[in-house]
Design a protein around this ligand. Structure first.
Ligand code: SF4
Length: 214
């Protein structure tokens, strides 16, 4: 199986939906930090507490006392670390971009990525999630799920973030819907079938998968 066939099989089985499920660029940025090492359900609980508390506004988050923010972030785990990162990000936006995420997202894609990567706690996966889902930039998020699926199916044997991202981006059109849709569908597949112990029965990739365990 090659990447194009993998994509076409996933498109035939799964809807990409409205991934990323957030209503503003700042909410995507907050969600991208909250989702580190946890699942989206926990992120939603934390986002709701932030909405009800400080509100999902840059300036409000920047001025919220850290201890209060920690309590709102608690359901997402690693709450001290994540609250500190969120507050630093909000303060950075206020101080450097008048509180407007477009100050970063409106830049040339590489400059925007580098600026995001300079923020505490923002690695490549988080930066690329923000770029595609908040900035509409055609970036593939080469998360661990994607490495697992690509290597098991025999499409690409790599755990290197940059290698996986370049591999996908060089073979598919630079289209946010295509790259975001592939990522979203791979997340669904990883949760339904390609878990750490795979459930290959009924997997849409099983026919051509190198590690089919049916
Ligand atoms: S057939 Fe099994 S190993 Fe291959 S992608 Fe599907 S769930 Fe993963």
């Amino acid at each position: 199986m090659d990447l194009e066939e993998l994509l076409s099989r996933l498109e035939a089985r799964y809807e990409a939906g409205s991934w990323w499920p957030s209503s503003s660029a700042f909410e995507v940025m907050v969600g991208a930090i909250l989702t580190q090492q946890t699942n989206w359900r926990n992120v939603e609980r934390a986002l709701q507490l932030i909405r009800e508390g400080s509100g999902l506004e840059v300036s409000a988050m920047a001025s919220t006392p850290l201890e209060e923010l920690e309590e709102m972030v608690r359901p997402a785990g690693f709450y001290r670390q994540k609250a500190a990162r969120l507050k630093l990000m909000a303060r950075y936006l206020v101080e450097m971009h008048q509180g407007d995420p477009e100050g970063i997202l409106g830049k040339d894609a590489e400059d925007a990525r580098n600026e995001l990567l300079s923020l505490p706690g923002v690695g490549k996966e988080t930066a690329d999630s923000i770029l595609i889902f908040a900035g509409g930039r055609p970036k593939f998020v080469a998360a661990a799920y994607t490495s697992r699926i690509l290597s098991r199916t025999g499409v690409l044997d790599s755990t290197d973030y940059d290698e996986i991202q370049s591999f996908v981006e060089s073979r598919l059109p630079p289209d946010t819907m295509v790259l975001g849709g592939l990522y979203a569908r791979m997340v669904i597949l990883a949760k339904e079938h390609c878990l750490s112990t795979p459930r290959c029965e009924g997997c849409p990739l099983s026919d051509g998968c190198a590690l089919n365990r049916r």
